[in-house]
Design a protein around this ligand. Sequence first.
Ligand SMILES: C[S@@+](CC[C@H](N)C(=O)[O-])C[C@H]1O[C@@H](n2cnc3c(N)ncnc32)[C@H](O)[C@@H]1O
Ligand SMILES: [Zn+2]
Length: 283
Amino acid sequence: MTSAGTGNDPLPRRVVDALRCSVCGSPVELSGRTLRCANRHSFDLARQGYVNLLHARVSAGTADTAPMVAARSAFLESGAYQPLADEVARAASGATGLVIDAGAGPGYYLARVLDVCPSAAGLALDVSAVALRRAARAHARLGAVVWNLWEPWPVADGVASVVLDVFSPRNAAEFHRVLAPGGALVVAAPLPGHLAELGDLVLSVADRKEERLETTLGGRFARLSRTDVVHTAPFTARQVHDVVAMGPAGFHLDREDRRSRLETAEGRDVTLAVGVSVWQKLG
Ligand SMILES: C[S@@+](CC[C@H](N)C(=O)[O-])C[C@H]1O[C@@H](n2cnc3c(N)ncnc32)[C@H](O)[C@@H]1O
Ligand SMILES: [Zn+2]
């Protein structure tokens, strides 16, 4: 079990120290439930424990929606991706400083990492406030910040001992900037065959994803290892429904043809095929 936070705790100290004002780039302090910089920019913590540092609009469709987040949380809590969570935690184990999860969603993987790294603190970044309401409660040593990963991150240089990216957008320049020298980047990306039995009920995985990972990260990172997590197990009707609903294709779940195909997928063996790679920061 994950050690649960209360959701009312302020951000962990180490997370506050690593954050920078998203308006002017200065350090911030937490006073009460407000983050402030010396230039009087301030950001209130939401009642649910996360803080929103965004000040520019993000295009519609970028953030996971409430139904997607609810489906993702239910699916992950069912244990269907436990082998992946175990491998991500193993890859990040040994982290003693700050672990930043880029596109953390409900914080499932970051909480598993913090469970095995008792002296680490975690920063969950995601553009979905709905997802971060859950992340903020996922672990006592986790702070959650709403941010668009494609903008320069409101995070100081070289503060992270590990950056995680599990199925989320990859901003290689920011991964590199926020990692400390010797820091590790842990990336989980789907392999060909991932969820293949579900066909086009889920978005198909591009065969060349792994090649694209090399292209995206290659100049700034050297790959140290890759472990393929491949696991086939029968999915319950609920798991089939949730794994479809947590992705963008889930929008069309109410269509009659898809509903009947969902029903026939119940109890079918489904393959999880994900590469977990560890990258060392260059330069
Ligand atoms: C496929 S989900 C993965 C979530 C989590 N890592 C997991 O595996 O449970 C992708 C996540 O990236 C977030 N996201 C998408 N675009 C983003 C952006 N530009 N900035 C920040 N987060 C983004 C979504 O809101 C969503 O939570
Ligand atoms: Zn400021």
